[in-house]
Design a protein around this ligand. Sequence first.
Ligand code: PNS
Length: 171
Amino acid sequence: MTSTSAPSGRLAIFPGSFDPLTNGHVDIILRCAHLFERVVVAVLVNAEKQALFSSDERVGMIREVFREYPNVEADTFGGLLVEYARQRRASAIVRGLRAVSDFEYEFQMALMNRHLEPSLETVFMMPAEQYTYLSSRLIKEVFQLGGDVRGLVPAIVEQRMRRKQESGVPG
Ligand code: PNS
């Protein structure tokens, strides 16, 4: 660490699957938007058969939720996260830490990403307490079993989940 000069226009990448975006994600993105000049919510494109929403649908919903936040952008990425971060000239990767149980996996990923790209920092942020038990996986499960997910995901996401269920698309 020799240089202390900070590049201007610091950009953070908040990567994830976001299937679907939860209010816990929204909480972290808003915190991130206060700390960084720009935030890219980067949706991993993969061919996961169990996915409820396509990556384009996820990006569309994120854009709608943050349409009044000019410094929040949504995009897709594939391949290595550090490659995408290089292309976007990002200063940091942001990840949410909900509980101690998240730590081991997150620590491994952060150190692997640092090994691959030493100049890229991973920043961990904690969501508000009321969101610490939320995960996309649990929300999908509860919804598919007829549970109420209002208040756990943005209203737009809840509407799209219902629409998908009504159209009989398996998720
Ligand atoms: O929300 P998730 O599913 O926990 O996000 C995981 C994600 C997308 C951040 C991680 O799987 C990832 O970065 N994938 C891209 C491929 C990659 O770079 N793998 C090496 C990570 S050390």
